[in-house]
Design a protein around this ligand. Sequence first.
Ligand SMILES: [Ca+2]
Ligand SMILES: [Ca+2]
Length: 243
Amino acid sequence: MAVTIDLSFLSSNMVAYFNLWDSFYNTPNFGAFWNSTDGVVTNPDPTATYTQYGAGDSASLFDPGIVLDGSMQYIQGNLTGTVDTITLGYFYTESDANGMDVAATMEIVNDPNYDLSGAGDLFDFAVFQLTTQGTLSGFYTYFGAVGANIDDTSGNNVMVGFAGADTFIFSGGDDQVTAGAAGTFGYQDGTDILDVSGWGVTNFSSLTVTNGSGGALIEFGSDSITLDGVNASVIDASDFLFA
Ligand SMILES: [Ca+2]
Ligand SMILES: [Ca+2]
Protein backbone atom coordinates (compact mmCIF):
# COMPACT_ATOMS: atom_id res chain seq x y z
CA MET A 1 0.00 0.00 0.00
CA ALA A 2 0.94 3.62 -0.19
CA VAL A 3 -0.48 7.07 0.27
CA THR A 4 -2.27 8.62 -2.69
CA ILE A 5 -1.67 12.32 -3.27
CA ASP A 6 -4.26 14.05 -5.45
CA LEU A 7 -3.08 17.30 -6.96
CA SER A 8 -5.39 20.19 -7.79
CA PHE A 9 -4.89 23.29 -9.89
CA LEU A 10 -3.56 25.13 -6.81
CA SER A 11 -1.09 22.35 -5.99
CA SER A 12 -0.21 21.50 -9.59
CA ASN A 13 3.40 22.61 -8.98
CA MET A 14 4.31 20.52 -5.94
CA VAL A 15 7.69 22.20 -5.42
CA ALA A 16 6.19 25.68 -5.27
CA TYR A 17 3.15 24.45 -3.34
CA PHE A 18 5.11 22.77 -0.55
CA ASN A 19 7.48 25.73 -0.26
CA LEU A 20 4.60 28.21 -0.03
CA TRP A 21 2.72 26.01 2.40
CA ASP A 22 5.72 25.81 4.73
CA SER A 23 6.45 29.54 4.36
CA PHE A 24 2.97 30.68 5.32
CA TYR A 25 2.10 28.10 7.95
CA ASN A 26 2.22 29.75 11.38
CA THR A 27 4.18 28.09 14.17
CA PRO A 28 4.02 26.93 16.83
CA ASN A 29 0.53 25.66 16.15
CA PHE A 30 -0.40 22.60 18.13
CA GLY A 31 -3.85 22.23 16.62
CA ALA A 32 -6.83 20.55 18.20
CA PHE A 33 -8.84 17.35 18.12
CA TRP A 34 -12.58 17.10 17.56
CA ASN A 35 -15.46 14.71 17.98
CA SER A 36 -19.17 15.39 17.89
CA THR A 37 -19.61 14.85 21.63
CA ASP A 38 -16.75 16.96 22.99
CA GLY A 39 -16.36 19.54 20.23
CA VAL A 40 -12.97 21.18 19.69
CA VAL A 41 -10.48 19.92 22.28
CA THR A 42 -7.00 21.40 22.73
CA ASN A 43 -6.09 19.18 25.68
CA PRO A 44 -7.16 15.74 24.45
CA ASP A 45 -8.46 13.10 26.83
CA PRO A 46 -6.33 9.96 26.28
CA THR A 47 -9.39 7.76 26.75
CA ALA A 48 -11.48 9.59 24.13
CA THR A 49 -11.66 8.90 20.41
CA TYR A 50 -11.53 11.86 18.03
CA THR A 51 -12.61 11.86 14.41
CA GLN A 52 -10.58 14.91 13.40
CA TYR A 53 -7.33 16.66 14.12
CA GLY A 54 -6.81 20.07 12.60
CA ALA A 55 -4.36 22.93 12.70
CA GLY A 56 -4.28 26.27 10.96
CA ASP A 57 -5.05 29.92 11.51
CA SER A 58 -8.72 30.82 11.26
CA ALA A 59 -7.83 34.50 11.38
CA SER A 60 -6.35 34.61 7.90
CA LEU A 61 -8.26 33.67 4.79
CA PHE A 62 -5.23 32.36 2.93
CA ASP A 63 -3.33 30.75 5.77
CA PRO A 64 -2.50 27.09 5.22
CA GLY A 65 -4.28 24.49 7.30
CA ILE A 66 -4.33 20.72 7.70
CA VAL A 67 -7.15 18.37 8.65
CA LEU A 68 -6.76 14.68 9.50
CA ASP A 69 -9.91 12.56 9.38
CA GLY A 70 -10.10 9.16 11.01
CA SER A 71 -10.53 7.59 14.43
CA MET A 72 -7.74 8.85 16.63
CA GLN A 73 -6.49 8.82 20.18
CA TYR A 74 -3.71 11.01 21.50
CA ILE A 75 -1.62 9.97 24.46
CA GLN A 76 1.56 11.81 25.47
CA GLY A 77 2.71 12.73 21.99
CA ASN A 78 1.59 9.44 20.51
CA LEU A 79 -1.21 9.64 17.96
CA THR A 80 -2.80 6.20 17.61
CA GLY A 81 -5.83 4.69 15.89
CA THR A 82 -6.44 5.34 12.21
CA VAL A 83 -6.04 8.31 9.89
CA ASP A 84 -8.03 7.94 6.67
CA THR A 85 -7.25 11.21 4.93
CA ILE A 86 -4.84 14.12 5.22
CA THR A 87 -6.24 17.31 3.68
CA LEU A 88 -4.09 20.36 3.03
CA GLY A 89 -5.64 23.67 2.05
CA TYR A 90 -6.40 27.22 3.08
CA PHE A 91 -9.21 29.08 4.89
CA TYR A 92 -8.97 26.75 7.90
CA THR A 93 -11.94 26.77 10.26
CA GLU A 94 -12.91 24.87 13.38
CA SER A 95 -16.09 24.83 15.44
CA ASP A 96 -17.60 22.72 18.21
CA ALA A 97 -20.64 22.01 16.06
CA ASN A 98 -18.99 21.12 12.77
CA GLY A 99 -15.36 20.30 13.50
CA MET A 100 -12.49 21.27 11.24
CA ASP A 101 -12.64 22.25 7.61
CA VAL A 102 -10.26 23.61 5.03
CA ALA A 103 -10.59 24.66 1.40
CA ALA A 104 -8.71 21.67 0.03
CA THR A 105 -5.80 22.14 -2.35
CA MET A 106 -4.17 18.73 -1.86
CA GLU A 107 -6.04 15.61 -0.76
CA ILE A 108 -4.04 12.67 0.53
CA VAL A 109 -5.57 9.24 1.11
CA ASN A 110 -3.52 7.68 3.87
CA ASP A 111 -1.90 4.25 3.80
CA PRO A 112 -4.27 2.06 5.86
CA ASN A 113 -1.50 -0.45 6.57
CA TYR A 114 0.82 1.87 8.44
CA ASP A 115 0.61 1.07 12.16
CA LEU A 116 0.14 4.25 14.19
CA SER A 117 0.28 2.51 17.57
CA GLY A 118 3.99 2.93 18.20
CA ALA A 119 5.28 5.84 20.26
CA GLY A 120 7.43 8.15 18.14
CA ASP A 121 6.60 6.51 14.82
CA LEU A 122 7.06 8.39 11.55
CA PHE A 123 3.52 9.75 11.60
CA ASP A 124 3.99 11.12 15.12
CA PHE A 125 7.24 12.69 13.91
CA ALA A 126 5.47 14.25 10.93
CA VAL A 127 2.85 15.90 13.15
CA PHE A 128 5.57 16.98 15.60
CA GLN A 129 7.62 18.58 12.83
CA LEU A 130 4.54 20.36 11.53
CA THR A 131 3.35 21.69 14.88
CA THR A 132 6.75 22.78 16.21
CA GLN A 133 8.69 23.68 13.03
CA GLY A 134 5.89 24.52 10.62
CA THR A 135 7.22 22.22 7.93
CA LEU A 136 5.77 19.25 6.09
CA SER A 137 9.22 17.65 5.96
CA GLY A 138 8.27 14.96 8.46
CA PHE A 139 5.45 13.97 6.12
CA TYR A 140 7.98 13.63 3.27
CA THR A 141 9.84 11.10 5.44
CA TYR A 142 6.61 9.26 6.18
CA PHE A 143 5.60 9.24 2.49
CA GLY A 144 9.08 7.90 1.70
CA ALA A 145 8.59 5.01 4.10
CA VAL A 146 5.19 3.93 2.77
CA GLY A 147 5.51 5.00 -0.89
CA ALA A 148 3.26 7.43 -2.73
CA ASN A 149 0.96 7.45 -5.73
CA ILE A 150 1.11 10.98 -7.09
CA ASP A 151 -1.94 11.77 -9.19
CA ASP A 152 -1.46 14.73 -11.54
CA THR A 153 -3.96 17.17 -13.02
CA SER A 154 -4.80 17.33 -16.71
CA GLY A 155 -2.73 20.52 -17.01
CA ASN A 156 1.03 20.94 -16.65
CA ASN A 157 2.51 19.72 -13.39
CA VAL A 158 5.76 19.82 -11.46
CA MET A 159 5.74 16.63 -9.41
CA VAL A 160 8.04 15.37 -6.68
CA GLY A 161 8.50 11.89 -5.29
CA PHE A 162 9.87 10.72 -1.99
CA ALA A 163 12.54 8.31 -0.79
CA GLY A 164 10.55 5.13 -1.43
CA ALA A 165 8.75 3.51 -4.34
CA ASP A 166 6.46 6.05 -5.98
CA THR A 167 4.01 5.81 -8.85
CA PHE A 168 3.61 9.00 -10.85
CA ILE A 169 0.21 9.05 -12.56
CA PHE A 170 -0.19 11.14 -15.71
CA SER A 171 -3.44 12.25 -17.30
CA GLY A 172 -2.13 14.82 -19.76
CA GLY A 173 -0.15 18.01 -20.19
CA ASP A 174 3.57 18.67 -20.11
CA ASP A 175 4.67 17.32 -16.75
CA GLN A 176 8.00 17.37 -14.97
CA VAL A 177 9.32 15.10 -12.22
CA THR A 178 12.01 16.76 -10.13
CA ALA A 179 13.40 17.07 -6.61
CA GLY A 180 12.21 19.99 -4.49
CA ALA A 181 12.90 20.60 -0.82
CA ALA A 182 15.03 18.19 1.22
CA GLY A 183 13.22 14.88 1.56
CA THR A 184 11.62 15.11 -1.87
CA PHE A 185 13.05 13.28 -4.86
CA GLY A 186 12.94 13.26 -8.61
CA TYR A 187 12.39 10.08 -10.60
CA GLN A 188 14.37 7.17 -9.19
CA ASP A 189 15.02 4.70 -11.99
CA GLY A 190 14.42 1.12 -10.87
CA THR A 191 12.39 2.26 -7.84
CA ASP A 192 9.61 4.50 -9.14
CA ILE A 193 7.02 3.88 -11.87
CA LEU A 194 5.41 6.10 -14.51
CA ASP A 195 1.73 5.35 -15.01
CA VAL A 196 0.84 6.53 -18.53
CA SER A 197 -2.36 4.51 -18.80
CA GLY A 198 -4.26 7.82 -18.64
CA TRP A 199 -2.66 8.79 -21.93
CA GLY A 200 -4.20 5.69 -23.51
CA VAL A 201 -0.76 4.43 -24.53
CA THR A 202 -0.44 0.64 -24.57
CA ASN A 203 3.23 -0.09 -25.27
CA PHE A 204 6.74 1.31 -25.00
CA SER A 205 7.30 1.54 -28.74
CA SER A 206 4.51 4.14 -28.96
CA LEU A 207 6.55 6.53 -26.80
CA THR A 208 9.32 8.83 -27.99
CA VAL A 209 12.13 8.92 -25.43
CA THR A 210 14.97 11.39 -25.94
CA ASN A 211 17.29 13.54 -23.87
CA GLY A 212 15.68 16.94 -23.38
CA SER A 213 17.10 20.03 -21.75
CA GLY A 214 16.74 18.90 -18.10
CA GLY A 215 16.72 15.13 -18.50
CA ALA A 216 14.85 12.33 -20.17
CA LEU A 217 11.92 13.55 -22.27
CA ILE A 218 9.06 11.13 -22.85
CA GLU A 219 6.49 12.14 -25.45
CA PHE A 220 3.21 10.73 -26.70
CA GLY A 221 1.03 12.89 -28.90
CA SER A 222 0.69 16.31 -27.28
CA ASP A 223 1.63 15.02 -23.80
CA SER A 224 5.09 14.80 -22.28
CA ILE A 225 7.07 14.00 -19.15
CA THR A 226 10.50 15.38 -18.32
CA LEU A 227 12.48 13.41 -15.75
CA ASP A 228 15.00 15.91 -14.41
CA GLY A 229 18.52 14.53 -14.10
CA VAL A 230 17.66 11.16 -15.66
CA ASN A 231 19.38 9.95 -18.82
CA ALA A 232 17.03 8.68 -21.53
CA SER A 233 19.23 5.57 -21.93
CA VAL A 234 17.96 4.07 -18.66
CA ILE A 235 14.27 4.42 -19.56
CA ASP A 236 12.65 1.24 -20.89
CA ALA A 237 9.31 -0.57 -20.77
CA SER A 238 9.89 -1.58 -17.14
CA ASP A 239 9.52 2.05 -16.06
CA PHE A 240 5.88 2.26 -17.18
CA LEU A 241 2.35 1.19 -16.46
CA PHE A 242 0.42 1.10 -19.74
CA ALA A 243 -3.29 1.15 -20.54
CA1 LIG B 1 10.79 7.60 -5.00
CA1 LIG C 1 -0.49 16.70 -16.00
